[in-house]
Design a protein around this ligand. Structure first.
Ligand code: UGA
Length: 434
């Protein structure tokens, strides 16, 4: 099938590459000329395992092409995905300027029937506005449909999530739209929920907000573990064995970050507010998430007493492993606070350092390895649970450090093992703390 994807960000680029891999002819469009120039050469603007290979392979097969012209993307394909960004405005609402602009441009350039699909995360009712916008700018009596097909992929495992999703949600209001989408997704063997557009839009915000709630819930319980000597890993395991609860997204840590959960929880609170509902539950989810970083900073202060002039080593900058994304990464706030209190900061991340260099000041030392970070450090902070950090030579680390202290924000290590190795080890809600 001929498909266009407008927006070559995380979701757009993965959607375009995967649909091309499934044998469709895909045009991927973005107004960032520099990005398009790189993509035409097969260079991915983001680090996502397997993505660059997929782009190169499908460019070569001529299943995938890149353009900066929405006109071209609209003319070429009957199916058009809108996957442009919907960033947060200052008050937490989603900024839909990009969506409106793309809808207008599609309307002006439609040569015949087009199915326009919202792939970006958008507030409920956006589909209605997209329809109105297209009707206002369309030339002549051309038929079209609008649909909602939210994406649930996670960064770091985006291709696998796209190709093997738990479910596909199709919000449609015409037989033609339903058939086109069912045909497009035929190769993916999974449950398909066909529903109305508004429900599909709500499913996305409700899902992300629920997952964020699960994380804040387990983080709150981790505090109780610390106060009582219970172990959060055991508690989460015991809860997760109940199929109604499920084991995933019960990892306590320094809180959720990234470009989705913080933004989507804010947007959902605002959507509810506009509809007359005070979503206090999500307000508290947000507060717990923020508190988690403060608790972590307190652990550092409690362990080191005076922060000024201490050397603090940071392992991991990305908001999660297998990505170079540092948007809303807890690392940034933690580093900035420690820096303000006079600490000397050394950092290492396998992928995120180039992006971090652009936002963190020069006074932070970017290191070549975790061992260089450990050298002369009074304390090591584990911020992102990269596999590389799981396999460190801890005896070497211990020798390099000024004092053998590890504060683990992701519960990557086992307290007993770390103690045996001679470290003072502090995790999140672990029984061997303190
Ligand atoms: C999230 C959702 O999981 C995807 O389904 C969704 O498509 C995506 O947002 C989106 O809306 O685009 P993502 O932000 O890539 O995906 O990453 P997650 O794996 O969900 O992690 C989000 C944050 O929660 C990370 O900071 C992670 O460290 C944290 N987390 C996750 C925890 O602290 N504990 C957990 O148990 C799980």
């Amino acid at each position: 099938m001929k498909v266009s994807v407008i927006g070559a960000g995380y979701v757009g680029l993965v959607t375009a590459s995967c649909l091309a891999e499934l044998g469709n002819k895909v045009v991927c469009c973005d107004n960032d000329l520099k990005k398009i120039k790189q993509l035409k050469k097969g260079i991915s603007p983001i680090y996502e395992p397997g993505l660059e290979e997929l782009i190169r392979k499908n460019l070569k097969k001529k299943n995938l092409k890149f353009t900066s012209s929405i006109k071209e993307a609209t003319k070429e394909s009957e199916i058009i995905f809108i996957a442009v960004g919907t960033p947060s405005l200052e008050d937490g609402r989603a900024d839909l300027t990009g969506i409106e602009n793309v809808a207008r441009q599609i309307a002006k350039n439609m040569p015949g029937y087009r199915l326009i699909i919202e792939k970006s995360t958008v507030p409920v009712n956006t589909g209605e506005w997209v329809k109105k916008t297209i009707l206002a700018h369309i030339k002549g009596k051309i038929k079209f449909d609008v649909a909602s097909n939210p994406e649930f992929l996670r960064e770091g495992q985006a291709i696998n999530d796209f190709m093997h999703p738990d479910r596909i949600v199709l919000g449609v209001d015409s037989k033609k739209a339903k058939e086109l989408l069912l045909n497009l997704y035929k190769p993916l063997k999974t449950e398909i929920l066909i529903t109305d557009i508004k429900s599909a839009e709500l499913i996305k915000h409700a899902s992300n907000s629920f997952l964020a709630t699960k994380i804040s819930f387990i983080n709150a319980v981790s505090y109780l573990c610390e106060k009582t000597g219970a172990d959060i890993k055991e508690v989460a395991k015991g809860m997760g064995l109940d199929k109604r609860i499920g084991a995933s997204f019960l990892e306590a840590g320094i809180g959720y970050g990234g470009s989705c959960f913080p933004k989507d929880v804010d947007a959902f609170i605002n959507i509810a507010k506009e509809l007359g509902y005070n979503f206090e539950l999500l307000q508290v989810v947000k507060e717990i998430n923020q508190q988690q970083k403060i608790f972590f900073l307190n652990k550092i202060k409690n362990a080191l007493w005076i922060i000024k002039d201490k050397t603090i080593g940071v392992l991991g900058l990305a908001f999660k492993p297998n990505t170079d994304d540092i948007r809303n990464a807890p690392s940034l706030e933690i580093i900035r606070t420690l820096k303000k209190e006079g600490a000397k900061i050394k950092v290492y991340d396998p992928q995120a350092m180039p992006k971090a260099k652009a936002v963190l000041t020069d006074e932070i030392q970017f290191c070549k390895s975790p061992y260089q970070v450990a050298e002369g450090s009074d304390c090591l902070l584990l911020i992102t649970e990269w596999q590389e950090f799981k396999e460190l030579d801890f005896l070497r680390i211990k020798k390099l450090m000024k004092q053998p202290l590890i504060i683990d924000g992701r519960n990557l290590y086992e307290p007993k093992i770390m103690k045996k190795l001679g470290f003072k080890y502090i995790g999140i809600g672990r029984s061997a703390n303190g």
